[in-house]
Design a protein around this ligand. Structure first.
Ligand code: CTP
Length: 405
């Protein structure tokens, strides 16, 4: 049985928190409800107190709350902080580190995983300020249960409804159960673009941000894996809990990956590796001439295909090998061809032109394609895509030698 702090904030979906609490209890967990001032306008603390059989925390100023600094003692005793529903306001406070009430202070004080189920009007959800806050929280490892599409209390129809209470309880339960499922495993992840230098100033690169690979690395580390993250040049911060190997070019990434293959249980090639690099690099910056410029490019090593061939040569099924395929048309068919030619176990295919997919966004639309199966994932945060990829990879990995899961 795990202990879950259920944070409830002031949205119309607050009444559904009662069902979320029930769902958690049905799955065997102990729930302590933490309500913000506005949540209490929508649902009474007495209801939650009766359901959870614990006093509901409503304020850090309640008499008795400070005897043992409750937000600190609760912070260290919980296995999960779940916020459902989460308003735009609480996301902003979490992202900005504001601690002006019990729930926001609890978020800062706890080391437990944090799962958030946002609910708000569709325009609010799509507002760049909210998207940015979600992105910031995701980059810190906060996990999300995507809001649903449907009729909203404000009279609109669109995305923003609180996810179904049972789905929220299930996501929380999965998180609590599966939390150390990669304990003792080594996961090697590549992320970001590669830059192929023309001279000391100019290079050929691509638009990959590293977000997808970072999300995989973060999720693998959260599951207890020892993660090595080989990252090309990116401007976003990599997760803190992975060994970071910085590289610049495809050749450097190739070297970094091939020398670490032996010990890897899973390799996820999320990097957007340049296919071509300039044949030669100028040591100085050449001045421009009047005529055009012709640059000769040569092929870079195909790292994923190299690992596939390495496995075949050794007659081994290890490491479990996951590729990506970034396409702009006929994505799944092209992904299937890459799967075969690179001899990976499965590929995560995305059409980068689809709204919500691709490089600079926090979400992705991916179909996982294996030799005789495919799984189309809905539009969801890259953290959820990462979880789905690792769920599949874990299944292929099977039980650990020596018996541990
Ligand atoms: N990849 C790689 N080494 C390269 C190019 C790609 O390891 N030199 C990997 C990527 O990390 C990804 C997969 O191969 O996991 C597919 O990458 P993608 O760019 O979609 O395909 P390409 O193999 O480059 O094929 P094309 O450009 O023809 O679509």
């Amino acid at each position: 049985m795990a202990r879950v702090a259920l944070g409830i904030t002031g949205g119309i979906g607050a009444y559904k928190a009662v069902e979320v609490a029930r769902g958690l209890q049905k799955r065997g967990h102990d729930v302590v409800a933490v309500m913000t001032r506005n949540a209490r306008r929508f649902v009474g603390p007495v209801t939650l107190e009766a359901i959870t059989r614990h006093p509901v925390v409503t304020s850090q100023w309640t008499a008795g709350t400070n005897a043992d600094i409750e937000h600190i003692s609760l912070a260290s005793s919980i296995d999960l902080l779940l916020v459902a529903p989460a308003t735009a306001n609480i996301l902003g406070k979490f992202a900005g580190g504001i601690a002006d009430d019990f729930l926001s202070a609890l978020y800062l004080a706890t080391a437990a995983p944090v799962l958030v189920a946002p609910a708000m009007n569709s325009n609010m959800l799509e507002h760049p300020a909210v998207r940015q806050n979600i992105g910031t929280l995701e980059a810190r490892g906060v996990l999300f249960v995507e809001p649903g599409v449907g009729y909203l209390a404000c009279g609109w129809t669109g995305k923003g409804r609180l996810a179904e209470p049972d789905d929220i309880a299930e996501a929380a339960d999965r998180l609590l159960r599966g939390s150390r499922s990669l304990e003792g495993r080594r996961v090697l992840v590549t992320a970001g673009p590669t830059f192929e230098d023309l001279d000391p100033v100019r290079f050929i690169g691509n638009r990959s941000s590293g977000r997808m690979g970072f999300a995989v690395a973060r999720e693998a580390a959260r599951r207890g894996a020892l993660v090595t993250l080989v990252a090309g040049p990116t401007s976003i911060d990599p997760p803190p809990n992975a060994e970071l190997v910085r590289v610049r070019s495809a050749a450097e990434m190739h070297e970094a990956v091939m020398t670490r293959l032996e010990s890897a249980d899973i390799v996820v090639m999320a990097a957007a590796v340049a296919d071509y690099a300039p044949e030669s690099k100028d040591d100085r910056k050449p001045a421009k001439a009047d005529q055009g410029l012709t640059v000769t490019l040569r092929r870079t090593p195909d790292i994923l295909a190299g690992i596939g061939a390495w496995r075949v040569a050794r007659g081994s099924a290890r490491p479990v090998l996951v590729g990506f395929a970034a396409e702009t048309d006929d994505a799944v068919n092209k992904g299937r061809k890459k799967l075969a030619s690179k001899r990976a176990d499965f590929v995560a295919v995305n059409d980068v032109l689809e709204p919500g997919a691709g490089f600079e966004v926090e979400t992705n639309v991916v179909t996982l394609v294996g030799p005789d199966w495919e799984e189309a994932l809905p539009l969801q945060p890259k953290s959820s895509v990462a979880a789905a990829i690792l769920d599949r990879a874990e299944r292929l990995l099977g039980p650990q030698a020596g018996g541990a899961a």
